[in-house]
Ligand binder design. Sequence first.
Ligand code: SF4
Length: 182
Amino acid sequence: MDPVRKPRVATVWLGGCSGCHMSFLDMDERLLDLAAKMDLVFSPVADVKVFPEDVDVALLEGAVCNEEHLHTVRAVRARSKKVVAFGDCAVTGNVTAIRNALGAALPVLERAYRDPVNLNPQLPLEPGIVPPLLDRVLPLHQVITVDAWLPGCPPHADLIHSVLLDLLAGRTPDLAGHLKFG
Ligand code: SF4
């Protein structure tokens, strides 16, 4: 990393519940310390619309579920030096991938939007209602190269803090004793 500027960090919300970002905020006063060490250049907690160029560390929460996610993770990969699978959904698919048991996107849409018990059976499932779903929910490493892993559902704030400090210092995060999912 360029020593004359603070490392540029981004966090991204894909197919997840935002619990990983809540755990990020649970770093509490340590966020002030981190703010002195890095610039948060993109995040759901910051009002930035376009993922910027030249990001040093990107934390990606959630699995890859739809075409918009595919576009996003490829752009993030192209613009980031280190990409981190942030939380179990990004690492393995986790609860987001439960729908894979239905085999394809259409039965998911049918169940969610047209099940007569729940909603309007006449609702058309046309493109544009939501970003087109992938037939299978994918963990991040099945779409792009991942440089580091942050397991947990959500990862504990202490682990996020320690992995982030390692990455900001150019070290490989030491996950010994922290490979616990869920
Ligand atoms: S890993 Fe857990 S907390 Fe994080 S997005 Fe997935 S379900 Fe939510």
